[in-house]
Design a protein around this ligand. Sequence first.
Ligand code: 6R9
Length: 678
Amino acid sequence: MTTDLLTNAPEVEAPVFPPRPPRQGRPTPHISSMDEYKKMYEQSIADPATFFGKMAQDLLTWFKPFGKVTFGSFKEGNVSWFLDGQVNACYNCVDRHALANPDKIAIIWEADEPNQHVSISYGTVLAEVSRLANVLKKYGVRKGDTVAIYMPMVPEAVYAMLACARIGAVHSVVFAGFSADALRDRMLDAKCKILITADQGKRGGKTIQLKKIADEALAECPSVHTVIVFQRTGDAAVPFHPPRDVWWHDETMNQRPYCPCEPMNSEDPLFMLYTSGSTGKPKGVLHTTAGYLLGVTATTKYIFDLHEDDVHGCMADVGWITGHSYIVYGPLANGVTTILFESIPTYPNAGRYWELVDKHKVTSFYTAPTAIRALRRLGDEHLQPYNLDTLRVLGSVGEPINPEAWMWYYKVVGRERCAIVDTYWQTETGSIIITPLPGATPSKPGSATLPFFGVDVAVLDPQTGKELVGTGVTGVLAVRSSFPSIARSIYDNHERYMDTYLKPYIGYYFTGDGVTRDKDGYYWIRGRVELDVINVSGHRMSTAEIESALVQHAACAEAAVVGIPDELTGQAIVCFCTLKTHTAPQATDQTLLAALTSQVRSHIGPFATPKRIVVTPDLPKTRSGKIMRRILRKVAAGDVGEEDVLNEDVLRLKLGDLTTLADPGVVAALVKRVATSQ
Ligand code: 6R9
């Protein structure tokens, strides 16, 4: 394991911001003191069965009560919660609110163009979800089948997820920024027979050709027999191939607006979502029904401090886990109003988020550090015209938030009156696991602070796996015992689940992140400990995926990809490629560089666009042939200059031990290439 990210972890000294007292007329926070948090946290660890048993009864509606609250262990890989209970996620997110209060607004859809929005009641959501659920049944979808969803940010994307949940189908949402190849691989892996998509998507004034891309993917997915196409734009030129393709509007129009909910066992799968790991093949992380639902319901309630009339604005895309948990399942299970935002923070100008907050009276707002940094750079004047007074909680997710961005969020957006919640979690944890609680936790800019209820955090020595106890320690972040929303498996590959998460340190769930526990017991996430997973603007991807895209280009012999620090995007992608000999003269050819870039974009998606591609005669390798990414990362980040290579001692100081390099001359050549290529 590469652990140089963890060496020399700086002493963490930071200012402390106590929780803000509630303003006049605002609700008292659910958890309003550190003592209350500590008491509940201790209970949740000492007796999780009682703690979560009660919470599951209080927060969820059950068709049949559960028996044993928790069973299984990380050691065995058989974690399960709320055994033999029967529950339906859609019922909890829609029906129970629609039955009590059908006119209450469930979703506010803020369209790409700023003057368009639609408010949708819980009653309407129930009817629309039911109609689609009946369409799915008509096309043969049954409990346990997987349905692929490749949708833009429209309410129908949410209906599609909930319709699956309603009839017990397992949804597999593929982010609409993914390419045809990526969609194809995911549909094949999940053995999908149905795809729900749209003619086109709109984002930041641009049109995304979803159906065209889907058609390309479908050409190699013969098992998909039905494609339900929602008309977002109605463009007549969009390809449509009956009988495989059917229109959403034609089909739903003919269905009854009620469909009964399938009672699901607590441990039945609810959805799968692909995420990048250390190999090129994405893994379908599998979440089950009751545990996931309880995790997101509880975290949304306590971390965003939701109350009856709140409007929750999570700016993520439903194609990522943040959208699943904090746009769809978490807010709707709590019966509040959730915002679905189709656009981007800078369209038509950098005031878009704040206009949205003002217009819809958003009370909790959730975005990623990359957006916060970009908006901060564009200037405070974009906030001036708007009234942000309704805001109480501001959340951050996806990567560490640097203290400067935190302070800007706190002062300029929150006007020093809002709680900042830096929430740490992963696709695999299903819900937030380390976070402050508004009203209770004193914050430190840059720290995700303390664990949520039931999350028993450990810091391990990466080499020995021994627990590093006490304060002022840095190691890898692990969790000692299971909590309800932890993923149960990888779709059709339990062995990979065990190998990735549960076997590296027996008895623990391994997050893959480095962490420091400071003198006050606060956690500071330090990023991935392995260099093979990188995080660009909060999008997690594996270097192997990008490398495998590059080597599929006819000219590319070998590729090595690294992440380098980037002020705006957190990390940026730098690719090193060697060329097949017959193409070598084109090494700096702009057309070749453009072709390699588009190779990555078309295999993965535009969000994986490399910042830089360096064509080099050779890559640094160990004698056993392993590429030394550690060296590439430092060279790419500009840590080594041309003059440094002249002095062996300086080089050793900057790059570490180079004795395992098969050909030490490679470094000088590399540094030169990086300096001369743009
Ligand atoms: C929710 C989500 C997970 C990885 C995770 C970590 C990084 C997420 C963070 C954070 C520091 C935070 N990460 N939140 N790092 N502070 N508040 O992003 O899921 O896409 O699976 O990524 O993101 O490295 O391991 P996912």
